[in-house]
Design a protein around this ligand. Structure first.
Ligand code: PLP
Length: 358
């Protein structure tokens, strides 16, 4: 299951749901893209540049990685999938985005797990030990569903091991911009560690899931060529090209997004911590919050929230998590307020009945 299935219970049944399962920036499609959409319309009658030279130039400028090799994908999902296809035995740091495992299974990769520690921090020693028996590692920075970033200093030991033993290290940075801190990215090591491949997208922070645009960068020519060889030509359309050109440099959008998240993250974390329905509310470097339920299981919680017209992400299908976990997106103030109000029981009496007994 993924978050964000607003179709099955919402749109297809004509219901408007408030979706806390999907982690998209609530500031929405950047104005800089809307204003320039005609550039894409005017290019609809031409094939894009098969080498996507301009798009790659913009990505080099945005990431500051002028020497790296860039690959473009139909969302981060395409590049995650193709990177995983290069491995035979993949180490997954779990709980994590369930697509990694789906993709590994599809390609016939063997899977090894490194579990996060009980406080959901990364067990760096365990990763290094297990990487010896694998040829690849995939880890998200920040991780989904808990939102914690990699400690890049501690990760160096793993990178060194990967470099000396020819391992592929895939870092999914689909949510990295939400951390608000450039130094949290592993990209700063890309030139020193040829085992590294970093994957990002316009999907989450720039609120463009419909564009389906992701990119990967690495200093490893062989990794680059192996992926390039199995991609289809012209896999990126002209709308995505125009989006890259404008949104990555939209300073106003970036400033407003960082301001929104700073304020709303505090508001939501504090609001959720005040509720007795949760045992624990985990800290996050992303735009979503992992919560451990006290009495309800995630199915009961989901159903109650659904009755109030809202969706959350149940976490019982994540390897390493039980049915006591749910994940909530951080949205705009009005929506966040509505969720907190509902959980305080303005709209669903069962929440309060349970709470009163605690
Ligand atoms: C951690 C993570 N990586 C990648 C993706 C996929 O991104 P895209 O929609 O760009 O393919 C998701 C989507 O939910 C995700 O949660």
């Amino acid at each position: 299951m993924h978050g964000g299935d607003i179709y099955t219970e919402g749109i297809l049944k004509g219901k408007a749901l408030l979706d806390f399962s999907s982690n998209i920036n609530p500031l929405g499609v950047p104005e800089s893209f809307r204003e320039n959409i005609n550039e894409a319309i005017n290019n609809l009658d031409k094939y894009p540049d098969i080498k996507y030279r301009k798009t790659i130039e913009y990505l080099k400028e945005y990431t500051g990685q002028s020497n790296a090799y860039f690959l473009l994908g139909n969302g981060a999902a395409e590049l995650l999938d193709l990177s995983i296809s290069l491995t035979k035995k993949l180490l997954l740091v779990v709980p994590s985005f369930i697509e990694y495992e789906e993709s590994a299974k599809k390609w016939g990769c063997e899977i090894e797990y490194s579990y996060l520690l009980p406080d959901f921090t990364i067990d760096y020693k365990d990763i290094k030990n297990k990487l010896g028996k694998c040829d690849g590692l995939i880890i998200a920075n920040p991780n989904n569903p808990n939102g914690a970033c990699i400690n890049t200093e501690e990760f160096l030991d793993i990178l060194e091991f990967g470099k000396n033993n020819n391992k592929i290290i895939i870092i999914d940075e689909a949510f990295i911009e939400f951390s608000g801190i450039k130094e949290y990215s592993v990209a700063k090591y890309i030139n020193e560690y040829p085992s590294l491949i970093i994957i990002r997208a316009l999907t989450k922070y720039f609120a463009l899931p419909g564009i389906r645009f992701g990119y990967a960068f690495t200093s490893n020519k062989s990794i680059y060529e192996r992926i390039k060889q199995i991609q289809l030509p012209w896999n990126i359309n002209c709308f995505a090209e125009v989006a890259v050109k404008h949104v990555l440099f939209d300073e106003e959008y970036i400033e407003n997004s960082n301001k929104w998240l700073k304020e709303e993250k505090n508001y939501m974390i504090n609001g959720l911590k005040d509720l007795s329905v949760f045992n624990k509310v985990y800290p996050t470097n992303a735009n979503y919050i992992l919560c451990e339920l006290k009495e309800f299981n995630c199915n009961e919680f989901y159903d109650l929230l659904f009755k109030a017209g809202m969706l959350c992400r149940k976490c019982d299908d994540y390897v390493g998590l039980s049915d006591k976990f749910i994940r909530l997106a951080i949205k705009d103030r009005t929506s966040n307020e509505e969720l907190l109000k509902c959980l305080r029981n303005d709209r669903t009496s069962r929440f309060s009945n349970r709470n009163e007994r605690n």
